[in-house]
Ligand binder design. Sequence first.
Ligand code: DGL
Length: 253
Amino acid sequence: MAVIGIFDSGSGGLSVLKEILKVLPGERYIYFSDNAYCPYGNRSREYVISRARTITSILLEKGCEAIVVACNTATAAAIETLRVEFPVPFIGMEPAVKPAALGTELGVIGVLATAGTLKASKYLNTKGKYENDVKIIEHVGEGFVELVERGVLSGPEADAVVEKSLRPLLDAGADIIVLGCTHYPFLIDTVRKIAGPDVRVIDPAPAVACQLVRVLKERGIGLDEGSLSVELLSSGDPETLKKLAATFIPVQK
Ligand code: DGL
């Protein structure tokens, strides 16, 4: 059975764990929410690297054989450093610009992500490959992370917060919206409601789950479909983390 570590600035990475459990339902998972230091979105690169190092050390001490950086901001800032400094494979997030650029019919795609992700070279390189072919409009999901960390996923407050950041993308004519932060899929119903039926919303988490399977197989890390175990750790109050995890994980510590 593989021991897989997953971390995010908070509960957002659970949206990735949820997809991973669909393809690898019988492994041991240790999820770390860094919610005492959340959000990462406006922090410096150095700050995020330092948090990523600390969390990785904790996960390795607990025996993790592979680590999913279930955070776009931390992936953009830290994954290359982590790969150099630690001896396990790291699987990261990337905003799904490619499938969006290939799928848009109107030639306009919208990307919602944190400020840290949108200014990182990883994202800028990907964007550079497609921006001659399609128009790419970006917006920070202002307040989205804070809503999710409070467990507010729907209702008038969520509608108002999502509307504010999503509207400029819709007004620019985007027919595909990329969710470039792992917290945002928790608001996907609200995003869909506001965007309407003609707009497709892409969450990259299923692709990341498939990538994890590929990497584990390549590295010969044992997958034997034992019984699922999920350990939830956090640097702050675990309440929302536990509540959100309970919506899709049958048993948890
Ligand atoms: N969930 C994160 C991401 O994917 C981080 C959000 C934040 O802490 O600002 O970018």
